[in-house]
Each structure stands twice: as structure tokens, then as C-alpha cells.
Design a protein around this ligand. Structure first.
Ligand SMILES: C[S@@+](CC[C@H](N)C(=O)[O-])C[C@H]1O[C@@H](n2cnc3c(N)ncnc32)[C@H](O)[C@@H]1O
Length: 293
């Protein structure tokens, strides 16, 4: 077993490397390919059926799964992890996690790092990957369904809706991990045609709404909170910027919630898109199309 690494030095070195050269694997592999090394897998929002095929295969072959604790549904671990050793990453720092994964990998064990949702959204995967790569352990990403997408499916809507919501913001409020000046929720809401998906714990909903009101956001702006999207105890709380905080507090929930701000959550107002209108007859080719199916 090698000594504990210095993750900060490793991250600094990797960042410097990324600034000067593109990793060759970017051109050699696509997302979804099985690759050498430790996969950083997005577990999806919770429901075991919302794990990708690539993620499921990685878990089924794993000897060690380091997972994101209560953000990952234990039903998913039960369903796919067979006899793998399970380690909860919550409360462990990089100094502990990196040698744990490195040593297991060097001992020939199949290691999977399991993040909630998609690791690319508020996942902090890159710093672990950089620290491991610096130690000579290859890593790669397996995407997952981010909780905003689970919420939109639960709500039977789209996050973009023609003429109603032309943009989507994935964001979080100020707090432990974000300085007040970097909290842009009021600006996104103020744009009017943005669906703002706020990643936050239920305890922060009321404060976030109060700040929006103080910033001058229209109190009657629709807000839908999807608690534990895709979990067995999923709940949907509907309201406005003025009253949804109190409703969430009254519900007494203490776990994950996706807060969707804007008209798209209701799916009640939109214009028919061009896609199934006369577009095909206007001579536009598929490659020019910017509308999804
Ligand atoms: C650290 S972030 C991780 C986000 C994750 N990588 C993703 O793509 O969904 C945790 C936040 O994600 C949101 N979240 C995660 N799972 C959720 C779920 N099943 N339902 C609603 N929100 C969820 C909550 O806002 C929670 O506070």
C-alpha cells in the first residue's frame, strides 16, 4: 500500500496539465464506452430503473462501490451491487477517499464511484478524478439522469416550452458552497422565460423564496417543489414564490428537493412548435433543426 497522497497538490498539477493539453481519451472514447479505470457513475435521481445500462453494468461487476450516502437510493444498491463492498462517502474527505479507491484498484478490485443524479451537476467528481489520475489511476464518467429531469418527468412537462420557457438554468442558492454574490437565482427568474431548477435541501426553500421576494421577484411566480423525485416517498408541492416556502416547511420534509421556478412546471401555457407544423415543408434539413423530438 502506498502513502496517502496530497489531493490538493494533485488537483493543482492536473489543473495545470488540463490548461495546456487536452486529454487524448477525449478523442478516443465516447460517453457510454466501457473504459479502463474507475467509472464515476451517475446513479440517477433515485429510482433503480433510472440508472443507465452502462451504470448498471459497472455496478454489477463491482467489488467496491463508494456511494453518495442518502442521496443514493438503497434499493438501487440492493438491486445491482450483488456482493460488492459498499462504502458511504459522506463525511470522508479526499485524503481518505482517494487512497481507498486507489488501493482497491491497485489490488485488482473493480471500483465504482457512485454519485447521485449526474456527476456533472454539483457532483464534485472532477477533484476526485484528478487526484486519482495523478496517482496513476485512470478514471472516466458515466452520465446519469439529473434530478431536474426526473422532476420534469414527474410533472409531465418539459423544462423548455415553446414561447414560455426558452432557457433552463441549473442553479443553487447561496450557502455553505456558494457565496452570496454568486447566487444568481433572482436574475434567472427576472429573465421571465427561464425555467430555474434549484438544487437545494428542503430546509433552504423558505429562505431562498424570501430572498427572491426581497430582490423584487413577482410573488405570484409559480414554483413547484418535487421532493425526493422518483423515490417511493416522492411528493409534489405547488405554490408561488410567496407561499411555497411555508408549504414546504409545513410538510416537514428534510431531504432532497428540486425546486422548479417558472411557468413550465405547470405545462399550461405554450405555443405549438414548428417541428410538427410546416417545418418539414420549408426546406430545413435535419442538421439545421434546433428543436428536439
Ligand atoms: C449535491 S446536489 C447533487 C445533484 C445531482 N448530481 C443531480 O444531478 O441531481 C444534491 C441536490 O440535488 C437535488 N436532488 C438530488 N436527488 C434528488 C431527488 N431525487 N429529488 C429531488 N432533488 C434531488 C437536491 O436539490 C439536492 O439538494
Amino acid at each position: 500500500m502506498t502513502d496517502a497522497p496530497d489531493p490538493q497538490a494533485a488537483i493543482d498539477a492536473q489543473r495545470e496539465k488540463h490548461a495546456h493539453e487536452r486529454d487524448e481519451r477525449v478523442y478516443e472514447h465516447s460517453a457510454g464506452d466501457e473504459q479502463p479505470g474507475i467509472p464515476f457513475v451517475g446513479a440517477g435521481p433515485g429510482h433503480p430503473r433510472l440508472l443507465t445500462v452502462a451504470g448498471k453494468e459497472a455496478l454489477e461487476g463491482a467489488d467496491l462501490v463508494v456511494h453518495a450516502g442518502s442521496l443514493v437510493n438503497s434499493e438501487l444498491l440492493d438491486a445491482y451491487c450483488d456482493d460488492a463492498e459498499l462504502v458511504n462517502s459522506v463525511g470522508k474527505d479526499l485524503e481518505e477517499l482517494v487512497p481507498l479507491m486507489r488501493d482497491a484498484h491497485e489490488d485488482g478490485r473493480a471500483v465504482v464511484r457512485l454519485h447521485s443524479g449526474d456527476p456533472a451537476i454539483y457532483g464534485a467528481a472532477i477533484e476526485q478524478m484528478d487526484a486519482l489520475e495523478h496517482e496513476g489511476v485512470p478514471t472516466y464518467l458515466v452520465p446519469g439522469v439529473t434530478s431536474a429531469f426526473a422532476a420534469s418527468a414527474t410533472l409531465r412537462t418539459q423544462l423548455t416550452l415553446n414561447e414560455t420557457a426558452n432557457h433552463v438554468a441549473f442553479t443553487r442558492p447561496q450557502g455553505r458552497t456558494l457565496d452570496a454574490e454568486d447566487d444568481h437565482i433572482a436574475e434567472f427568474v427576472g429573465m421571465g422565460d427561464v425555467t430555474t431548477c434549484v438544487y437545494l435541501g428542503t430546509h433552504a426553500v423558505a429562505d431562498t423564496m424570501d430572498r427572491l421576494l426581497a430582490a423584487g421577484a413577482p410573488p405570484d411566480t409559480p414554483v413547484t417543489v418535487v421532493y425526493h423525485a422518483s423515490w417511493p416517498d416522492e411528493d409534489v408541492i405547488e405554490g408561488t414564490i410567496a407561499d411555497v416556502g411555508e408549504k414546504v416547511d409545513d410538510a416537514g420534509y428534510r431531504a432532497s428537493a428540486m425546486v422548479v421556478i417558472g411557468d413550465a412546471a405547470a405545462g399550461a401555457s405554450y405555443e405549438r412548435s414548428y417541428l410538427y407544423g410546416g417545418w418539414a415543408n420549408r426546406g430545413e434539413t435535419e442538421s439545421e433543426s434546433t428543436s428536439d423530438d
